[in-house]
Write a protein that binds this ligand. Structure first.
Ligand code: PGA
Length: 248
């Protein structure tokens, strides 16, 4: 179901007591009613936080494609399911570049999550070079292709899609609200072409990449932008909440 979402991707940040403090602050806060808050802490903390889902819902940052076995250091969809974790980020550009994840591997993760009632937060985004060469739309379509051609309508509607231009992540550079809207519109159009308009209108599309209190309201005011996937600014309570309050 399409809804306003602000999701915090903590990446590999915060020691345990800092993480507990931030979760407690977020849970004590009078959250805006029109916004769903999601937090993706390091997987090590998910078990401890699973009963702290009052104002917020939890997401993992990664998952393995296999369900169990000799995969040292990995976690599976069955493990996330056993803790009732509702979301998992997949396809983040850091996983694509630093850990060489391909579209096919990411799609296997999506399938594994969906078959365990976990909604993927699927990230896509073009590099600076790809944008400069005029290939941004082509790249996003390519990254979305397996999802759109192989998932059914029910599965795609359980998926959240985050457009995160790689050149904007952690750089302080943000896509202009107009450019972000154009890409979100492109994504929604592609979904409508593979399914239909009622399906595409039912999916939350998030923007990510240096989203902060200063630019969130302008981004979220755009028709096809339903919220944000927030990295750096999600580590600070006031910034994260201020972003969560940026829907008009
Ligand atoms: P950023 O990261 O907000 O720090 O740019 C966003 C992300 O990587 O999801």
């Amino acid at each position: 179901m399409r809804r306003n979402i602000v999701a915090g991707n903590w990446k590999m940040n915060l020691n345990y007591s800092e993480a507990v403090d931030l979760i407690n602050e977020l849970n004590a806060y009078d959250k805006p009613l029109n916004t769903e808050l999601i937090v993706a802490p390091p997987s090590l903390y998910l078990g401890a936080f699973k009963d702290a889902q009052n104002n917020l819902l939890l997401s993992a940052q990664n998952v393995h494609t296999e369900l169990n076995g000799a995969f040292t250091g990995e976690i599976s969809s069955t493990m996330l399911h056993s803790l009732s974790i509702p979301y998992c980020i997949v396809g983040h550009s850091e996983r694509r570049t630093l850990f060489h994840e391909t579209d096919a591997l990411i799609f296997d993760k999506v399938k594994s999550l969906l078959s365990h009632e976990i909604s993927p937060i699927f990230c896509c985004g073009e590099s600076k070079e790809e944008r400069e060469q005029g290939d941004a739309y082509k790249v996003i379509s390519q990254q979305l292709n397996l999802l759109l051609s192989k998932l059914d309508a029910g599965q795609i509607q359980q998926t959240i899609i985050a457009y995160e231009p790689v050149w904007a992540i952690g750089t302080g550079l943000t896509a202009s609200p107009e450019d972000a809207q154009l890409m979100h519109h492109h994504i929604r159009k592609e979904i409508a072409q593979h399914f239909d308009v009622s399906v595409s209108e039912n999916i939350s599309l998030l923007y990510g990449g240096s989203c902060k209190p200063e630019n969130a309201a302008a981004l979220f005011s755009k028709q096809d932008i339903d919220g944000g996937l927030i990295g750096g600014a999600s580590l600070d309570f006031s910034s994260f909440i201020s972003i969560a309050k940026s829907f008009s």
